[in-house]
Design a protein around this ligand. Structure first.
Ligand code: FEO
Ligand code: CA
Ligand code: CA
Ligand code: CA
Length: 498
């Protein structure tokens, strides 16, 4: 995976206790600046989108670079975005749908640390760019042009962009997660053309350094509720990409390219994403099973083309014995030993309230292996002090950083009472404190902290504060007023030492 810099500026802190305050709370000696907020002008007539999620920094300069930011969903926060209350059976007007489409997808923003050490958007930068629910995006791989996607090679838009990843050639992966609800909501108005659900649920590749580039949906990575996509290399030099399907009783997957990565080819390596094999994990047999018509001929009983296998990834995975898991969220790779850490957030279907983090080790320590072992690295719960792990990040010191995602309507209630608001935690994976959970940040009311990414010098931590005040029922009396003391605004922050 793409190495994050040394996190020494962040590895020595005094952990904070749980909190239910409406503030982003950090340990003593740390501060945060707001880098970008929903609705902010980018200086080119475009505006920063809603509910920022994944963040990813591009460039080697630790004080100025490009930030890719996902914009995931609106949902109950429609009262702030569109002035109506989300409720069953509600049909959005064409205008409301247009507003929602514009506010989702992602943003490329050029950002700079000013003289006083405060990060902000470089207004009017030629790199500033919105990708939205209206942006044309090309399909690549076996499902491109297949009957299973209606024969098309290009689709309109991306949304439900949750987490993501960085490729080895410095582009971003943005993952379409809970697209199904959004497609349904937007298709209820008969005056607005319905969307084809097979056009969503993919991993999108975006090149922030080329403002004219057309994003790609890589069908080789399968179609499901992708949380993130993390890339690394196997021993022979093939690309390996891991991705989890965040829904109750869904699976984890990995893709292995047919051909090897060649660094000197730069962005042309993106073509490697078009040919290879997608595997699903059988956690009982400790094996990766190929979702490939030729390698697993049984698939031919149910699926006509490889494109169809990829469009119906969940069905194909279950058909050949993929193991249902408790909502697989982020997957990240340990920078030193290559083991694969997987956040399982919870599963209400069978009483797993607090979640776990698994550690998977490929046989022979080779990401191209088709067998592995795994263990539980740490379990959520009152004893360990965190609940519902979601986004993961490693620093180069081998510390695992974990964002939690207790649902807004359950925070500080019932079994979740001990944890307070959602947070960001550091968990060493080596040494005497291995597995010890330390709270670094506590989110504002009903917010989730997501998408952490370190600047190249390890001195700035970028992070999204998503959906503050999500349970608000009244615009004039919101449950959170973060960060400006008025209606709440999802914002990206930059955290540093004071
Ligand atoms: Fe959008 Fe799985 O969190
Ligand atoms: Ca997430
Ligand atoms: Ca989540
Ligand atoms: Ca969320």
């Amino acid at each position: 995976s793409v190495a994050q810099p040394y996190g020494t500026a962040f590895s020595q802190f005094r952990p904070i206790p749980p909190s239910d305050q409406d503030e982003l709370i950090l340990p003593r000696g740390y501060k945060y600046d707001i880098v970008a907020s929903w609705g902010e002008d980018l200086g080119n007539g475009e505006k920063f989108g809603f509910n920022n999620d994944f963040t990813c920094y591009f460039g080697s300069n630790p004080n100025e670079g490009l930030l890719w930011v996902n914009h995931e969903y609106i949902g109950d926060m429609s009262i702030f975005v569109n002035g109506y209350k989300e409720e069953p059976g509600r049909i959005r007007t064409a205008r409301q749908i247009a507003t929602e489409k514009y506010n989702l997808g992602g943003s490329v923003i050029q950002i700079r640390k000013g003289d006083e050490g405060k990060w902000s958007i470089v207004k009017g930068s030629p790199y500033n760019r919105r990708i939205t629910g209206n942006t044309p995006i090309n399909f690549t791989g076996p499902a491109r042009g297949d009957d299973a996607v209606g024969g098309v090679t290009q689709v309109i838009g991306t949304f439900a962009n949750c987490s993501g990843g960085k490729t080895l050639w410095n582009t971003a992966f943005s993952c379409e997660e809970n697209y199904a609800d959004i497609v349904k909501d937007w298709s209820e108005n008969p005056e607005v053309p319905s969307l084809n659900p097979t056009h969503y649920g993919w991993v999108v590749e975006i090149d922030p350094n080329d403002p004219k580039s057309i994003p790609k949906k890589h069908t080789m990575l399968g179609r499901f509720a992708h949380e993130n996509a993390v890339m690394t290399l196997g021993r022979s030099g093939r690309l390996v990409v891991y991705s989890g399907d965040d829904a109750n009783d869904q699976c984890i997957y990995k893709f292995i390219s047919d051909e090897v990565y060649r660094p000197e080819l730069g962005k042309q390596n993106s073509r490697l994403m078009e040919k290879g094999t997608l595997y699903v994990a059988d956690m009982g047999a400790n094996k990766w099973l190929p979702l490939d018509l030729n390698k697993t001929p049984k698939l031919k009983e149910e699926f006509k083309t490889q494109g169809e296998v990829l469009v119906k990834t969940r069905d194909a995975a279950k058909f050949i014995g993929g193991t249902p898991l408790d909502r697989p969220e982020d997957i990240e790779i340990h920078p030193r030993d290559g083991s694969v850490y997987i956040a399982l957030t919870n599963n209400t279907n069978h009483g797993n309230y607090f979640g776990q983090i698994y550690r998977l080790v490929e046989d022979d320590h080779n990401h191209e292996s088709t067998s592995f072992f795994y263990e539980i690295f740490v379990s959520g719960g009152p004893q360990s002090g965190f609940s519902c792990p979601d986004n993961l990040m490693f620093d180069q010191s081998g510390n695992l950083w974990v964002c939690t995602d207790i649902s807004s309507d359950k925070l500080s209630q019932g079994v979740y009472r001990p944890f307070g608001n959602n947070g960001l935690y550091m968990i060493p994976t080596e040494g005497p404190n291995r597995g010890k959970v330390m709270r670094f940040a506590s989110a504002p009311v009903q917010a989730e902290l997501t998408g952490t990414w370190l600047a190249p010098d390890g001195k700035t931590l970028f992070m999204s504060v998503q959906h503050p005040g999500e349970e608000s029922k009244d615009v004039n009396n919101p449950t959170s007023r973060w960060p400006y003391g008025e209606a709440p605004r999802p914002s990206v922050v930059a955290i540093s030492r004071q």
